[in-house]
Design a protein around this ligand. Structure first.
Ligand code: AMP
Length: 484
């Protein structure tokens, strides 16, 4: 499969994972394993760039890592001891693989490849400016902008050029880059997306999440700090803080849904936080019921926490077929409806005659919940109470999580009562924003300087959104595709 069958426009859906290793035999094979562990961050396409001491090699394919990069012939085309890779949500329709990362270019300073997780909110403005000055773009991705900024920087040395380029960016960027002599990792000053430093028997690794270290038995060294640039070379690891320091605003949705539960992000184990979220939810929205049932898989840890706190049995009342991608993966509404049926089935024996508390992580369009609730009712539940392990998703993400435009978010156009009617539940409750913060061990949300980016729940965007038109109905990636 060279192109995704559902794409009908040039809009990108982002959600990405990055991984890189420096100075290690079979670097591309190690990156393949790392990307496989990051597959949940993007399932549509992936790429790897390796450097063999004299040349760079680039492979980019649509599909799952396990279906493409595990082929011997592909790995043989990626020789070398340093490599970086990227897994992304979607390729674009018209351009096929042209937006798949890493991006690579031969610059005056030498070859440079870059893989990006996040979204640059002023990329279109920069792109237009560069185009006026003669730059030619081969993709619609915001990440290519970074290569052009590095290429056109007047600074002398590679790292200075990179800093120069990055200083122009607004938005979220966790980047891994590779030159002939260096591997670099950087997080935007707010640290919106994760990035960790690992070590495999002396070979430094950069990865989106710690689960990508575990798969190869690498050690976790530390998180890359918000605003930090690490330069990895034969001389060791240099740490630079080139940006003006800001109070970090890590994405709280990584804890709710996006990161893998076995990852430790910013010092917090994701699974533990999800369980605590479930506990908070049970305290905030008690209801008489017989069993707690998660919407698998994303609702499972919160449902365990809920059941423990409520003292109710936790039951797998819905079984998931794992051979279908996430419901979100099919980007047309009609297919998304089918996706739920393909993916979930009610476990009638557990549900029949019971008052069921259904726990899911979030409601976005409401399509999943509507179908699941209908299925649980058809399986004989006497009452269905939906409990959502996050506040209502009211605003689009512009920082690298795929969310539909605001108008399609159920919570942006309905009250909670209307949503309960729409998904046909006996009761519906969401976790409060302070409850969510408490689950991360913060006493509450600091209104003046919030501890996280929670824009999807509050509409409080921590950076300027230069490329958006400023109205409430802006599309997450209105004009220029994001990187993921
Ligand atoms: P829906 O309300 O039908 O749009 O789907 C909501 C479900 O999709 C949630 O329960 C999550 O499990 C999942 N979900 C939430 N946000 C995302 C996202 N950005 N990408 C993929 N899946 C998501």
């Amino acid at each position: 499969m060279d192109e995704t069958p559902f794409d009908d426009d040039d809009e990108l859906h982002e959600e990405c994972g990055v991984f890189g290793i420096f100075k290690r035999t079979d670097a591309a094979a190690v990156v393949t394993l790392g990307l496989h562990a990051l597959q949940h961050r993007g399932q549509e396409a992936a790429g790897i760039v390796s450097y063999d001491g004299s040349q760079f090699h680039v492979e980019r394919h649509a599909g799952l890592i396990g279906d493409t990069f595990t082929k011997q012939a592909v790995l043989e085309r990626l020789p070398g001891t340093s490599a970086i890779g990227h897994t992304r949500y979607a390729t674009t329709g018209g351009g096929g693989l042209r937006n798949v990362q890493p991006f690579f270019a031969e610059l005056s300073a030498g070859g440079f490849a870059v893989a990006h997780n996040g979204n640059i909110t002023n990329a279109l403005t920069i792109q237009r400016e560069l185009q006026r000055r003669g730059s030619i773009f081969s993709s619609t991705s915001d990440t290519e902008t970074i290569l052009h900024l590095v290429a056109t920087s007047a600074a002398r040395h590679f790292v200075e050029k990179l800093i120069d380029a990055l200083s122009r960016l607004e938005g979220a960027f966790s980047l891994v880059g590779l030159s002939s002599k260096k591997m670099v990792g950087v997080r935007d000053p707010l640290g919106i997306r994760p990035l960790v430093l690992g070590d495999l028997e002396g070979s430094p690794i950069l990865a989106s999440e710690t689960c990508a270290l575990d798969i190869i038995g690498a050690d976790f060294v530390r998180d890359i700090e918000p605003g930090e640039l690490v330069v990895i070379s034969e001389d060791g690891i240099e740490s630079i803080f080139p940006f003006q320091a800001r109070r970090p605003r890590f994405c709280i949705f990584e804890y709710v849904y996006f990161a893998r539960p076995d990852s430790t992000v910013e010092g917090r184990n994701v699974y533990e936080i999800r369980k605590k979220i479930g506990g908070e939810l049970a305290r905030e929205s008690h209801v008489e019921a017989d069993i707690v049932v998660p919407v698998p898989d994303s609702g499972v840890p919160a449902a365990i926490g809920y059941a423990q706190e409520a003292g109710l049995p936790f039951e797998l009342g819905i079984i998931r077929n794992h051979y279908v991608g996430r419901t979100f993966i099919q980007p047309t509404d009609s297919i998304r409806h089918m996706g739920v049926k393909l993916k979930h089935n009610a476990n009638r024996r557990m549900i029949e005659g019971k008052r069921v508390i259904l726990v899911d992580d979030s409601i976005v369009r409401g399509t999943t919940s509507q179908k699941i609730v209908q299925m649980v009712r058809e399986a004989g539940a006497t009452e269905v109470h939906m409990r959502i392990a996050s506040p209502p998703t009211r605003a689009s993400c512009f920082y690298g999580v795929d969310t539909p435009e605001k108008a399609k978010l159920l919570a942006s156009r309905m009250t909670i009562e209307e949503m309960a009617d729409f998904i046909k539940v006996d009761s519906l409750s969401f976790l409060s924003i302070d409850g969510l913060y408490r689950a991360t061990d913060e006493p509450s949300r600091n209104k003046l300087t919030p501890q996280f980016c929670d824009a999807c729940f509050t509409g409080d965007y921590p950076t300027s959104l230069t490329d958006q038109d400023g109205t409430e109905n802006v599309r997450p990636l209105s004009l220029l595709g994001g990187a993921g």
